[in-house]
Ligand binder design. Structure first.
Ligand SMILES: NC(=O)c1ccc[n+]([C@@H]2O[C@H](COP(=O)([O-])OP(=O)(O)OC[C@H]3O[C@@H](n4cnc5c(N)ncnc54)[C@H](OP(=O)(O)O)[C@@H]3O)[C@@H](O)[C@H]2O)c1
Length: 336
């Protein structure tokens, strides 16, 4: 079968290789991949920042939808013909993770889904909602669950609260859609006025251009009568976290998600103490949370925002688009 594999660090080392089709063992399913979607971590994986110890060659990409075409012995959850999506943390089923459960991710420690077929434990698969196309379903797993787990499962978001969403990438637009659907007031930041106009059309109440207003926290305070916001999805990281702390309401929550501006941060501790802010790391989420999210998305008929769709042959172009900062999700169609 064909698989896009990283053979060394550097996007130029993403190669289309012929490799043998895997066979499902006990507890595993063979999935014929229909579509996959990219996440910022796929860029970090290819440039060596995410996991400097990556073992080459390694098939790339974590998020996928496809059809179960064969089952190994002792499988109980699916039937041949079921349409399934992948769960990002393949060994994390529910509850608090053990120290290792968030490590076994596709395209990193185990082979990824940018291939014609994927073998995976059935405990890392969930039924894809029938109202979504393959391209839409492929967009859900990592970015959707991260926003859902942060805002809803850990954050306990309630209607009327204010949520600040940074940027208009995959996690951020899911955050906007989820928060808006649950009745929150949403503030979105972006580098682009055009993207902010599109965010408003998706339900954002207020927008801030962080290029023209680098001190975006002052704008956020002004928009909330100086009270601050209840929940921030910190997808930027680095020095941006100190700004988020200034923008948070007393007892507000900051979900630490991304590291676009840096893996390290110096934060104003006195502000954290004064605001009694809750700062919580988020590592996507477990299978059961994915299933709960899919059920809610089905009820809401929430459709992911797709920035662009590329053919399997054009996978490197999809990675180029990722570098540019997409509005929503980038999809690669593996089988038409
Ligand atoms: N912890 C977890 O579980 C988890 C899960 C998923 C992702 N992540 C992390 O979350 C981050 C986002 O991932 P993604 O896949 O959603 O990325 P993405 O789709 O590539 O989106 C990146 C977006 O970030 C925005 N951005 C860049 N610099 C910014 C800044 N200074 N202020 C505000 N926004 C800024 C840009 O939005 P504009 O173009 O609108 O300016 C850009 O489009 C990455 O660091 C990723 O590694 C973590």
């Amino acid at each position: 079968m064909k698989a896009w594999q990283l053979t060394s660090f550097g996007r130029e080392n993403l190669k289309l290789n012929d490799i043998s089709q895997p066979t499902p063992g006990p507890g595993e399913a063979l999935v014929r991949i229909a579509s996959v979607s990219l996440n910022y971590r796929d860029k970090l994986l290819s440039d060596g920042t995410y996991n400097p110890h990556l073992q080459f060659p390694i098939t790339q990409v974590a998020d996928a939808v496809g059809e179960v075409v064969a089952l190994g012995p002792n499988t109980t959850r699916f039937q041949v013909g079921d349409r399934v999506v992948t769960s990002y943390c393949t060994r994390w089923i529910d509850g608090a993770p053990t120290s290792k459960e968030s490590l076994y991710t596709l395209g990193n420690v185990i082979p990824g889904a940018l291939a014609e077929y994927l073998v995976l434990t059935e405990n890392a698969l969930a039924l894809a909602p029938s109202y979504l196309t393959n391209d839409e379903a492929a967009a859900l797993p990592c970015a959707g669950l991260t926003a859902w787990y942060a805002l809803v499962e850990k954050g306990g978001l309630t209607a009327g609260q204010t949520v600040l969403i940074q940027g208009t990438g995959g996690v951020s637009l899911f955050g906007l859609q989820i928060a808006s659907a649950l009745g929150a007031n949403v503030i979105v930041t972006s580098s682009s006025d055009d993207k902010l106009a599109r965010a408003k059309a998706l339900g954002a109440h207020h927008t801030i251009n962080y290029k023209t207003h680098p001190e975006w926290e002052d704008e956020a305070l002004a928009l909330t009568n100086k009270e601050g916001v209840d929940h921030i999805l910190e997808v930027v990281g680095g020095p941006n976290l100190a700004r988020s702390i200034k923008a948070i309401k007393p007892e507000g929550q900051i979900s630490i998600i991304g590291i676009i501006e840096g893996f390290d941060a110096t934060i104003p501790l006195f502000s954290v103490i004064k605001q009694q802010a809750l700062i919580r790391g988020i590592s996507v989420g477990p299978l059961r949370a994915l299933e709960r999210m899919l059920k809610k998305f089905d009820e809401l008929e929430l459709r992911p925002v797709i920035d662009s769709v590329y053919s399997f042959a054009d996978a490197p172009k999809a990675y180029e688009r990722l570098e540019q900062g997409a509005f929503g999700k980038i999809v690669i169609r593996v089988h038409e």
